[in-house]
Design a protein around this ligand. Structure first.
Ligand SMILES: Nc1ncnc2c1ncn2[C@@H]1O[C@H](COP(=O)(O)OP(=O)(O)O)[C@@H](O)[C@H]1O
Ligand SMILES: [Mg+2]
Length: 368
């Protein structure tokens, strides 16, 4: 049984002036989970998030954290137990990076030296080069500043982390790094994280559970990412989840039961060979490999001087989506399978991949 850390009980917010930002919201957030609030702009995500730490007071219903109605907990005490990260890192410009982070433990009475030590540990934890610790915020890139923001939010060692579009302002490549690191961090720290985004892909990637907010502050669906893609609750969610959701849902199916077949290869010196398990070797194409056995594209039998660029590679533990993509992007139609070290270990037959896709669709889903 999962324990509830945060519970919205008919919590609604109408701002002075009459904007109904959040309709009576009922939602349970399990302890140690990463829960995402997603939806288009203006649908009440930030308002809902801020009801958790009393930056916004609900006008109806209540929010309960660890069994206590938050309105009965002094705001400063509540906020000390919750890290908060925003889109703009909100760092103090006249303090160095390390002092920005050390400020938080200093507030709770940790001696300066110890606080700075702790700050350095945290900067390392969020993947920031320690060399940057003595710089000022303006001397860092946007992505680096967001890392500092996360380190600072973790500085009080809070059980709850509230994150409001923390990665929305950084470029896509850096955003991917930050997302991966947040997942790593969460695997180690198991905090209760509530993460707001307007990006459905980010929501599906990060969330254990995803709450989809619709216009007018209505909760349209609260489900696992997998359920969201497979069974959107209504037209709004289906539309918001977007195109290719059938294909994208294959991310949640394993390809582990699809057989791997041998493949003809050509080595850098031009010598032919075979890689993979025993069995028939599909004809017509050979996989070019380098000296380490890593794939370098394809050649057609009889046209060895005319190499063709390869497709995506299917890695160990990869999903059905990855296997299907490897086949569809492969000039030979065969999905190239590689090991952890990136060496080719064989190929998958597109017909067998499609059969597995059909199996998954019919409900015989092989979960990760
Ligand atoms: N302080 C405020 N005063 C009045 N209206 C607000 C205030 N903050 C937000 N709103 C309104 O409430 C609605 C929800 O806003 P918000 O929670 O910020 O949405 P989101 O984070 O999903 O973009 C919007 O219509 C917004 O204009
Ligand atoms: Mg917002």
């Amino acid at each position: 049984m999962t324990e509830t850390a945060i519970r919205f009980e008919g919590a609604g917010k109408t701002y002075p002036g009459g904007t109904a930002a959040v309709e009576a919201l009922d939602l349970e957030i399990p302890r140690g989970s990463l829960t995402v609030f997603v939806g288009p702009s203006g649908c009440g995500k930030t308002t809902s998030l801020r009801m958790i730490n009393r930056m916004v007071e609900p006008t109806s219903g209540r929010v309960v954290v660890d069994g206590r109605d938050v309105s009965s907990v002094p705001a400063h005490e509540l906020r000390r137990s919750m890290g908060y990260v925003m889109q703009q890192s909100g760092l103090m410009p006249h303090r160095t990076v390390v002092d920005n982070v050390a400020t938080v433990p200093r507030l709770t009475g940790v001696p300066k030296r110890r606080a700075r030590e702790r700050a350095r540990e945290l900067l390392a934890t969020v993947g920031l080069d320690v060399q940057l610790a003595e710089r000022y915020p303006a001397q860092l890139s946007g992505g680096q500043q967001q890392r500092v923001g996360v380190a600072r939010a973790l500085a009080a060692d809070p059980p709850v982390l509230l994150m409001d579009e923390p990665f929305s302002a950084v470029d896509p490549v850096v955003r991917q790094d930050l997302q991966r690191e947040l997942l790593d961090l969460q695997q180690r720290l198991h905090r209760t994280i509530v993460f707001v985004t307007h990006d459905i892909d980010e929501a599906v990637l990060l969330g254990n559970r995803v709450a989809v907010f619709a216009t007018g502050g209505r909760l349209a669906q609260y489900a696992s990412p997998e359920e969201l893609l497979r069974a959107p609750a209504d037209d709004f969610v289906a539309d918001f989840v977007g195109r290719d959701r059938g294909f994208r849902s294959l991310t949640f199916d394993s390809a582990r039961d699809i057989p791997v077949h041998p493949v003809a290869v050509v080595r850098p010196d031009g010598s032919p060979g075979v890689i993979g398990p025993g069995g028939d070797v599909p004809g017509g194409w050979s996989l070019r490999v380098d000296d380490d056995g890593a794939p370098r594209g394809w050649v057609r039998t009889g046209a060895e001087d005319d190499p063709v660029v390869g497709g995506t590679l299917h890695r160990p533990g990869g999903s059905l989506r990855s296997a299907l993509d490897a086949a569809l992007s492969s000039p030979s139609g065969l999905a190239v399978v590689v090991d952890e070290a990136g060496r080719a270990v064989g190929v998958m037959d597109p017909a067998e991949i499609v059969a597995a896709v059909e199996d998954a669709r019919l409900g015989g889903r092989a979960h990760r």
